[in-house]
Design a protein around this ligand. Structure first.
Ligand SMILES: [Zn+2]
Length: 464
């Protein structure tokens, strides 16, 4: 039936038109292109024989019908519209122009550069004034403008962020401005691959951004040192969210990758699997399939029963040198010979006398961390550079070697070559899943891991 088909056809043409215009936006010739396009659409539609013969001219633009991409169920016309909309009345084509403020542009200059008249710019400024002060406009704020074919403004949107925007819509003879907070639409995606040079490269090769690679490395930060332990041929899989923002024209735009829901990494570092789980609404973390947390905390201190004699203090007055000299560690006073243990798994990278530090042991951990244990009286037998140590393994004994006033251990942690305050590393404890929640957790794990594709992957590996 022609009447039933035409609206759908018109909608398709109209969307195609929007798409073309969107691509051309930014060019001052947009109105000309739009007029040509509309004429072409109408002629093509008339010639195709699929449309009623009465429609031979371009669709009449209407200021009173705004964005209603769903022609199967047209919205009721606004109050000032007195005549009913005929069923074959095509969707009014809107000219869409969008853009972003540059470092030195104002909204007025950005709109002017895209061919908007001073009158339109003034109209937007006047209507928006009670809602947003454009002196607070920032580079990267985005705008979106819909006009009818005759150039009159139908809708203006101003985006403060990915999710926050103002919407100025024509209502009868005036405009109405509202603030909108968009909720992203999260769609689940799956990726698997083999590392050739680095995990970053492998993920970027598949078309995702570096944020996803960083997030992936973060999930396994406690288990895998992605700077050093990754080898060509390592395999990874991940299930993650892609976030879309609903747009004014009914479409949606991909914004960025969201949360990783499940991840697996297999290589010379072993096989590691993690799933995202929220023990309580909004507070989630990553767990291994057995319910243990992937987070391995640094120990609070490198020895038992110690007293802090000097805290981390970038402006400390040095007790011996009597000058302001930053203290980038925590001093723990303890009896001579007290065992000092490594605060986390790692590899010994230094074990010798080192100036003011006296006898010093340094241990490299995953994720760019190095821990320091200074002023030691001696080292345990067999501890050498290159020795692999576990969390709480003894790496030295309290002493007073180097620049020291009494038996203590100066404990420091550096990340990527810069000292950090060890006290600040007390991240939320890596608690396992509460036993009461285990059934829910196990259901989550089963469903996420099947989506991750565990079954088929194992089958193909067996075949090899
Ligand atoms: Zn110290």
């Amino acid at each position: 039936m022609a009447e039933g088909r035409f609206p759908r056809l018109a909608a398709d043409f109209s969307r195609a038109g929007l798409f073309a215009l969107r691509r051309a936006s930014g060019s001052p010739r947009v109105p000309v292109l739009a007029a040509l396009l509309l004429a072409w659409v109408a002629i093509a539609a008339a010639r195709s024989g699929e449309v009623p013969a009465t429609v031979t001219s371009p669709p009449e633009p209407s200021l009173d019908v705004t964005d209603s991409p769903d022609l199967e169920a047209p919205r009721p016309p606004p109050g000032t519209f007195t005549e009913p909309v005929p069923a074959v009345f095509p969707e009014p084509a809107l000219l869409i122009v969008d853009g972003e403020l540059g470092a030195r542009s104002t909204l007025a200059s950005a709109l002017g550069a895209r061919g908007f008249s001073p009158q339109t710019v003034a109209l937007i400024a006047r209507e928006m004034a009670p809602h947003f002060d454009f002196r607070r406009a920032r580079p990267n704020h985005r705008f979106w403008v819909a006009s009818s074919a005759d150039g009159s403004l139908v809708e203006f949107r101003y985006y403060l962020s990915e999710t926050s925007s103002y919407r100025m819509e024509r209502r009868g003879s005036g405009f109405e401005v509202s603030r909108e907070e968009a909720v992203f639409d999260a769609r689940t995606a799956r990726m698997s691959g083999v590392v050739e040079s680095s995990l970053y490269a492998a993920i970027l090769t598949q078309g995702e951004g570096s944020q996803l690679a960083r997030d992936f490395a973060e999930v396994f930060a406690w288990d895998i040192d992605f700077q050093r332990s990754v080898r060509a041929g390592d395999r990874f899989e991940l299930l993650y969210e892609r976030l879309y923002r609903p747009e004014a024209d009914g479409s949606s735009s991909f914004m960025r990758t969201g949360r990783i829901l499940a991840a697996r990494y297999e290589g010379t570092v072993g096989a590691h699997t993690a799933v995202y789980f929220e023990p309580e609404e909004g507070r989630g973390g990553y767990y291994r399939p057995d319910g243990s947390s992937v987070e391995r905390q640094f120990l609070m201190a490198p020895l038992r029963h110690a007293r802090i004699s000097s805290a981390f203090n970038p402006a400390r007055r040095h007790p011996i040198l009597k000058v302001v000299r930053p203290h980038f560690g925590i001093d723990y006073a303890a009896p001579q010979g007290t065992p000092v243990w490594s605060v986390a798994d790692g590899v010994v990278i230094h074990r010798s006398r080192s100036g003011g530090f006296g006898n010093l042991v340094k241990i490299r951990h995953t994720n760019g961390y190095v821990s320091y244990y200074a002023h030691l009286s001696r080292y345990p037998k067999g501890l050498r550079v290159g020795t692999r140590v576990e969390q709480k393994q003894v790496v030295g004994y309290v002493g007073s070697t180097g620049l020291s006033t009494g038996p203590h251990v100066c404990f420091r942690i550096a990340r990527d070559g810069r000292y950090v305050n060890p006290a600040r590393l007390r991240t939320p404890a890596g608690e396992p899943v509460d036993p009461d929640l285990l059934p829910v957790f196990q259901d989550t794990v089963a469903s996420l891991l099947s989506e991750l594709g565990g079954g088929t992957r194992l089958a193909s590996e067996n075949a090899l």
